[in-house]
Ligand binder design. Sequence first.
Ligand code: ZN
Length: 199
Amino acid sequence: MLKIIQEADRNTGVPICNQQTCPAMSAGAMTYTWLDAKRESVRVPAPQYISYVQKWIAGKITDPSIFPTDTFISAPPALSASDPHNWLGKASGFPPQFANDIRNIYRQMLRCYAHIYHAHWLEFWHLGAYKELNTCFIHFVNVGRLFGLLGDKELEPMAPLLDIWLEKGWMAPRPTSSGGMSTKSANPPQQQQQQSMAN
Ligand SMILES: [Zn+2]
């Protein structure tokens, strides 16, 4: 989906999402800021922010200490859900911080979706790509909610659309629990109008 807004248009020579159309990473009234190397919030144009997200996620998922790549030669041992030393992915070799990492990855992906919907929906409509966008996003939200990776606060910019889909029965109702993931490591509430990257 990101390629659609990132590839240069044949006629104009510039991508749909560029520094002029999107000088900030926004989703409606929400503006997201990035943490620079000094961990200071910086406002960057949306295409730059999205590029940072892609590189940051690629760095995470190709790091075998976070996403182990060893092939399993036998089934992982069954772990008790009530074991306090258990964590999401432990049985499959994922490290303790996996839940936090995957939650942060999900949060950043949500911001990219939110920007697409708020800033580029019309382009997706005219290109006839909106159905694919909706299918991907509905699946993303359903999985995110099921495993407690997306909270209501993160989903706030998309709430009106999610409500419509919920009414139509296209979206699973919000789970009552966090889907088995500990919320102990959840990040503290972020600012109302400006959200910074958590990692
Ligand atoms: Zn944009």
